[in-house]
Write a protein that binds this ligand. Structure first.
Ligand SMILES: Cc1cc2nc3c(=O)[nH]c(=O)nc-3n(C[C@H](O)[C@H](O)[C@H](O)COP(=O)(O)OP(=O)(O)OC[C@H]3O[C@@H](n4cnc5c(N)ncnc54)[C@H](O)[C@@H]3O)c2cc1C
Ligand code: SF4
Length: 468
């Protein structure tokens, strides 16, 4: 799009970066609601005005969906929220989600020219403010100019990748049917990420917008069980797979059969199901328990902060490398520390100790060799008491058996093979089938899944010879 440079007003020299206020840690841990108090219009305008319009927006390049950040900051500064919201949606399907849960410090804000001393623009908080405010003002996607085609696409997976693909296709006149095994859309946004990071109401609101756009959701449909893949495949002109990567990575540790040792997802899901009013048998009550979380990514941080909110006696997070190596969002580590989680770095669990029930965990010290490989020193150990251990070691691909019925090839690690020679971006070994998100790139970020879903949709349009 045409870039219009404004005259810089150098607000960044006098006005510091001010993030939205947060509830005190004591208040936050009483509930699962958001910890932030959103900007009001005046604060959003003032923070947007700090953009120095540097002319070479690194923020935009570092953002995986290449949001037109300086332009929408400019619109917010002028109070043009509806226009800013339209612009946000030109590049991003779920700006209100990304504004909340992208690791901005590693993406857009990390690349902001002002990050070097003066404090990056609060891009994520402003992106969230734009969409939330526009929705309150009644903003809806305008599809009045869309010319309907006779083509039909089916999408399996209503996570960010599938939703992003559906968004582009419906705006291009394709009939879109989205299938998911869960009773609500969102994938991990609904059935993974806790409320204190992303309120479930946000996804419900977005579902309403998608349905108004004409996207047909078929929920509680487990493809391969409720409906055969052949049936679904035969009914569409193109198929998009956005199934995610949800196989918990296992680490073989002596004593893993003891009662009190759990994987992260069943633990997080039991709380989410309860909050959504869905039936759940597995409520793990951690009240007054000594809890150890094993891992250092976003999932581990979500487990830490969930356990704290369940009134655990104490929560200790043990990670095998150092703070600087932690793969998740830095702001989430900070939140966990503020809320009372204790961190121990450079330790690897080597044994769960107990008699039927977990009583303690034995850890070995770790260090990093010159080749970057982790060295586990089993001669240097310590034992920490624990009633509950939650393993958050990450996720790997979990491709369904039915992929072979479609002649869709996977790599040895189970990720779907795409981008082969002479194929369209994100087209699989079956030309009618496209894939994106975690099942192609591995467990990653929401914004990358969105970027892939949108890219795959563009390939589907090319494959269907639809000019947009
Ligand atoms: C606990 C946790 C916290 C996270 N926190 C963050 C964060 O703070 N920031 C961030 O950017 N990312 C975070 N992530 C990562 C992010 O959620 C994922 O990268 C993203 O959701 C991947 O999107 P996706 O669409 O590829 O897959 P998913 O979100 O996994 O969606 C896949 C969908 O496919 C459906 N499906 C699968 N198989 C079938 C089938 N056979 N039939 C019907 N439906 C099927 C599933 O039900 C699911 O709804 C987190 C992940 C976890 C687990
Ligand atoms: S989508 Fe994520 S990376 Fe891009 S501008 Fe928004 S918060 Fe930043």
């Amino acid at each position: 799009m045409m870039k219009e440079h404004r005259i810089p007003i150098f607000d960044f020299l006098t006005l510091p970066r001010i993030e939205p206020s947060k509830l005190s840690p004591e208040q936050r841990i009483q509930h699962f609601a958001s910890i932030y108090i959103q900007y009001n219009q005046q604060q959003a305008k003032a923070q947007s005005n700090r953009c120095l319009d540097c002319g070479n927006p690194y923020c935009e390049w570092k953002c995986p969906v290449h949001n037109h950040i300086p332009q929408w900051l400019h619109l917010v500064a002028e109070g043009k929220i509806l226009e800013a919201c339209e612009l946000c949606h030109q590049t991003n399907t779920l700006p209100e989600v990304c504004g909340r849960i992208c690791p901005q410090e590693k993406l857009c804000e990390g690349a902001c020219t002002l990050n070097d001393g003066l404090g990056a623009i609060t891009i994520g908080a402003i992106e969230q403010y734009i969409t939330d405010s526009a929705l309150k003002l009644g903003w809806k996607p305008d599809l009045s100019g869309v010319r309907k085609t006779t083509k039909k696409a089916s999408i399996i997976g209503a996570g960010p990748a599938g939703l992003a693909c559906a968004d582009i296709l419906i705006r291009s006149g394709v009939r879109v049917d989205v299938y998911d095994r869960y009773p609500e859309i969102g994938g991990l946004l609904t059935f993974g990420i806790p409320e204190f990071k992303l309120e479930k109401q946000i996804i419900k609101k977005r579902r309403q917008l998608f349905e108004d756009m004409g996207i047909n959701f078929h929920l509680n449909v487990d493809v391969g069980k409720t409906i055969t893949i052949k049936e679904l495949y035969g009914e569409c002109d193109a198929l998009f797979l956005g199934l995610g990567a949800d196989k918990a990575k296992g680490v073989s540790i002596k004593g893993s059969q003891l009662v009190g040792i759990y994987h992260a997802m069943p633990f997080l899901l039991s709380i989410i199901y309860k909050h959504l009013g869905l039936p759940t048998n597995d409520i793990y009550s951690l009240k007054a328990k000594r809890v150890i979380i094993l891992g250092g990514g976003d999932t581990a941080m979500d487990c830490n902060r969930t356990a704290i909110r369940q009134s655990a006696k104490y929560v200790t997070c043990v990670y095998r490398r150092m703070l600087k190596d932690m793969p998740g969002s830095t702001k989430e580590v900070k939140h966990a520390i503020e809320e009372g989680v204790e961190f121990i770095w450079n330790r690897q669990a080597i044994e769960f100790i107990g008699d039927k029930k977990l009583r303690a965990i034995k850890f070995a010290s770790t260090s990093v060799g010159t080749n970057g490989k982790l060295i586990i020193d089993e001669n240097s150990t310590e034992v920490l008491p624990a009633d509950f251990a939650i393993m958050a070691y990450g996720f790997s691909a979990n491709p369904p058996n039915w992929l072979s019925l479609l002649d869709v090839l996977t790599k040895t690690n189970g990720l779907v093979l795409t981008n082969q020679k002479n194929m369209l971006p994100l087209q699989t070994s079956n030309p009618k089938v496209f894939a994106g998100g975690d099942m192609v790139i591995g467990a990653d970020l929401v914004v990358n899944a969105i970027a892939q879903g949108r890219k795959a949709a563009q390939s589907i349009l090319d494959y269907l010879a639809i000019n947009t």
